[in-house]
Design a protein around this ligand. Structure first.
Ligand SMILES: NC(=O)c1ccc[n+]([C@@H]2O[C@H](COP(=O)([O-])OP(=O)(O)OC[C@H]3O[C@@H](n4cnc5c(N)ncnc54)[C@H](O)[C@@H]3O)[C@@H](O)[C@H]2O)c1
Ligand SMILES: O=C(O)[C@H](O)COP(=O)(O)O
Length: 528
């Protein structure tokens, strides 16, 4: 259907099932108000669905997160092998010869055996960037082709990679050692255009790139420059920043680029699989059943939510902040500990929801998985997250408050911000609810107090006068509004941290200016 047809017809249906090509916009969801109750995405990515608009319209979004994984991995391998042997280029050349005999055609085609000499895969190094469902399946298959496989994924458990015979390494090491680089990370603010002029410069001359993830992870203009210079010998692309790409796209038309129109999931078997997966999810949702693959479902019934609502938000935000602190060195998050300080006994406080929200906060910003109360524990296990819980009894000064505080600890993991590391070597964040609003109250060994209502800047500095003013001025000069600011220190005149809530996201230059303040030893910007 055309967008106009969809708009005209959507109000006649209770459910809509789409792939990535159909844009389920706010306009479509408004047009369906009153009838449309479920949007089913027969695949993984839901970047084509306006989630906020769906939630506002009371429309549940469900997806099919696993049925096309193998198909995508096989397509990645198909692109890897066909690129290495110039199959598409040689095919086009040869067909030009035969089509000349069938129709009036200029004699462009040739039987060229020298021009299309390729390269072998055996013994070569493949870097898998993003070691999740698809990436790990690509790694498994590449091992079967005799390739040496390394991977970069800050959040994947090292033992899962070792089990497949892949070595988890840092981003720079992965792109620096690779003969072939295959992209399998989700498109997030952290991965957007992460393959750019700077990263291409760190790669081997003649490296070859495959992308069956999302077009947005590559700066496409930079890739054209790298192809023209020979830094990148070839690229094989199934996904593009704009789909379909412009007809005059230099990238698509480049002679050293092999392209397919987002076919990663397009096998008979995968489409049957996602169809069954999404049909079952949609029917279940229409029957009012909790869907394991619900993307925007409310976590619990409203009556339970009312008392715990601010703590549910706090738990998710602590998880989201913690995962952003994980350094880019691979090795994954091994242990997650959630500590509840509460006056309530085990029978009076069901922490399953809070645990699910911490899982949601940790997993969603770095993967294509959507976490809900039904799939949270399974998702954590699937991603190798060992989540333990501890209760600390506390006589709460506010009798009806269900919790005094929630603490999230990530163990055996490197941090982008040393100030968040506790004496025990864990990343530690703790929060409370104040006046109904989630607050961050502990970072590592430091006590702070900042409302978690916007993005956050953490700075660690030598404790001395004038620091608040210096940072405040830099942010003020670029119209970044400060919603909260708090300073925590262990000892006077020693180390301190500033926790600054900001309404807007400071640009890269502004953050660099903050980092250039002599007394500031490190800083990090965290999105909420
Ligand atoms: N071309 C297609 O038709 C097709 C088919 C299926 C999936 N996909 C896309 O492929 C991507 C991966 O899908 P999946 O099902 O494997 O998702 P997944 O969530 O299972 O795996 C993604 C992995 O990327 C890792 N990651 C996150 N940020 C990273 C970073 N900065 N650097 C390195 N790794 C990082 C995560 O830890 C996770 O392990 C998604 O974008 C998905 O939409 C495309
Ligand atoms: O996110 C996905 O599942 C893939 O990109 C497949 O999308 P498709 O259903 O449009 O093939």
């Amino acid at each position: 259907m055309s967008p106009a047809e969809l708009l005209a017809k959507v109000a006649q249906f209770d459910a809509l099932i789409v792939r990535s090509g159909t844009k389920v916009t706010r306009e479509v969801l408004e047009a369906g108000r009153g009838r449309l109750r479920v949007v089913g995405r027969a695949g993984v990515g839901i970047d084509n669905v306006d989630l906020q608009a769906a939630t506002e319209a009371g429309c549940l979004v469900v997806n099919a997160p696993t049925a096309n994984t193998v198909a995508a991995a096989e397509h990645g391998i198909a692109l890897l092998a066909s690129m290495a042997r110039n199959v598409s280029q040689a095919d086009a050349a040869l067909k030009a010869v035969y089509s000349r005999t069938l129709t009036v055609f200029t004699a462009q085609g040739k039987w060229q055996r020298t021009k299309y000499v390729g390269v072998s895969l055996v013994g070569k190094t493949l870097a898998v960037m993003g070691f999740g469902k698809v990436g790990s399946e690509v790694a498994r298959r590449a091992k079967g082709l005799g390739m040496h496989v390394i991977a970069h994924d800050p959040y994947a458990p090292a033992d899962r990679a070792r089990a497949i015979g892949a070595e988890l390494v840092s981003f720079d090491e992965a792109i620096g050692r690779a003969d072939f680089i295959s992209l399998h990370m989700p498109l997030t603010p952290a991965t957007s255009k992460v393959f750019n002029d700077e990263s291409f410069a760190k790669m081997k001359n003649g490296v070859r790139i495959i992308n069956v993830a999302r077009g947005g992870v590559i700066d496409e203009d930079a890739l054209v420059r790298a192809l023209d210079s020979g830094k990148v010998a070839q690229a094989a692309l199934d996904v593009f920043t704009e789909e379909p790409p412009a007809k005059d796209s230099k990238l698509v038309l480049h002679e050293n680029v092999t392209v397919t129109p987002h076919l990663g999931a397009s096998t008979v078997e995968a489409q049957e699989g996602v169809a069954i997966e999404i049909a079952e999810a949609v029917v279940g949702a229409l029957r009012g059943e909790l869907a394991a693959t619900a993307v925007n479902a409310p976590m619990v019934p409203a009556e339970v939510m009312s008392e715990l609502a601010p703590y549910v938000s706090l738990a998710e935000k602590l998880g989201k902040l913690a995962v952003q602190l994980v350094a880019g060195e691979s090795g994954g998050i091994k242990g997650v500990k959630v500590v509840y300080t509460t006056a309530r006994g085990p029978d009076d406080l069901d922490t399953r929801l809070l645990r699910a929200m911490v899982t949601k906060g940790i997993v969603e910003p770095v993967s294509s998985t959507f976490v809900n109360l039904v799939n949270a524990d399974y998702t954590a296990k699937q991603r190798g997250l060992r989540i333990t819980e501890e209760r600390v009894s506390h006589e709460s000064p506010v009798a009806e408050a269900p919790l005094e505080s929630i603490q999230v600890r990530l163990s055996h993991v490197q941090s982008k911000f040393a100030g968040a590391i506790s004496d025990g070597g864990d990343i530690v964040l703790e929060g409370r609810v104040k006046y109904g609003v989630p607050h961050l109250t502990v970072v590592g060994p430091y006590e702070v107090d900042v409302s978690l209502e916007g993005n956050l800047i953490l700075c660690r500095q030598i404790d001395q006068p004038g620091m608040i003013g210096k940072v405040g001025n830099i942010l003020g000069q670029t119209n970044v509004n400060i919603s909260f600011m708090s300073v925590g220190r262990t000892f006077r005149g020693k180390q301190a941290i500033m926790a600054i809530g900001v309404d807007e996201e400071p640009d890269k230059e502004t953050l660099e200016h903050i980092g250039h303040i002599p007394a500031i030893e490190e800083f990090v910007f965290l999105e909420l």
